[in-house]
Design a protein around this ligand. Sequence first.
Ligand SMILES: NC(=O)c1ccc[n+]([C@@H]2O[C@H](COP(=O)([O-])OP(=O)(O)OC[C@H]3O[C@@H](n4cnc5c(N)ncnc54)[C@H](OP(=O)(O)O)[C@@H]3O)[C@@H](O)[C@H]2O)c1
Length: 333
Amino acid sequence: METRKLGSTGPQTSQLGLGLMGMSDLYGPADRAESLATIHSALDAGVTLLDTGDFYGMGHNEMLLGEALQGRNRERVQVSVKFGALRDPDGGFIGYDSRPQAVANFLAYSLRRLGTDYIDIYRPSRLDPATPIEDTIGAIAEQVRKGHVRHVGLSEVNADTLRRAHAVHPITDVQIEYSMISRGIENGLLQTARELGVGITAYGVLSRGLISGHWTAQREGEQDYRGLHSPRFQGENLKHNLELVERMRAVAQVKGISVAQLAIAWVMAQGSDIVPLVGARTRSRLQEALGALDAVLLQADLEALELIVPQGAAAGGRYNDYQLSHLDSEKAA
Ligand SMILES: NC(=O)c1ccc[n+]([C@@H]2O[C@H](COP(=O)([O-])OP(=O)(O)OC[C@H]3O[C@@H](n4cnc5c(N)ncnc54)[C@H](OP(=O)(O)O)[C@@H]3O)[C@@H](O)[C@H]2O)c1
């Protein structure tokens, strides 16, 4: 697999990363053995960037990854960890804490759960409104000096926050939702990241499965995060968004690829500084996602896609209003 350098100061990673969230949380039940097999298949295929968060399944996701990495060459993978989100015993999200002492505390637990003595890229999952970003980044930079962390990343921030953070310590990448139907980063953040030499790790490239070609209207109301909390998966929004998927399918069929492959290839075509994180939870989904690496989208394909699924084409927000209110990336820079 080809590699990419994440930002001007970051590590060399595979051109496609694997996001592990759905193996522990939010997208309904996952099979532990299949999750481990999927991570191993990804590693065997050359995927080196593995993304997790300490709050995904309240530590479950990190322990799963720690188990998957046993017996593997640690130096050949890049472990990306998000921290800061606070959960309650019912799984609710109850705030963010990125104070310097919280950074050290979260990191200590993550290292133990992962069974490693360093994290490749460590990042606050959201901006903690009560803590200046300079303090949070300063605290992570201290852990870089101590050798517990190698690189500093951010998640869902706007261009101003990125600049302030980058002035404290070089930022490797901003992790943010980016797909054919979630294109907010094109309104300033991507430009600033490029100016500063900061990479992008794109999540939700399949819009959590909505534009994978596998989601159907019959799945509306499924009792997971998507069915319960994501506006794009509900009612008239869902109907409209699945119509967009059918337009994508028509293009994909002509290209001889699947809808999911088209959606992943579209993100890859936006620049070599963008590394998509796909959320495959099974080996079959992973194999499909890896097939996107062979898909070639020409300028004419991209222009055709722009006509049938233009910026802003989706119905419904990418998060519900409460969650959007916590996204620094949605606030004017
Ligand atoms: N920084 C942040 O705020 C943030 C937020 C969310 C996620 N993330 C990270 O980004 C990663 C990816 O996010 P995501 O899982 O929402 O993104 P995604 O790749 O858009 O969606 C993954 C879902 O799409 C479905 N799918 C259908 N075909 C697929 C295929 N060929 N390959 C992969 N998935 C397919 C799967 O659902 P079924 O298994 O139900 O079929 C899977 O759970 C997460 O694991 C996490 O590490 C970061």
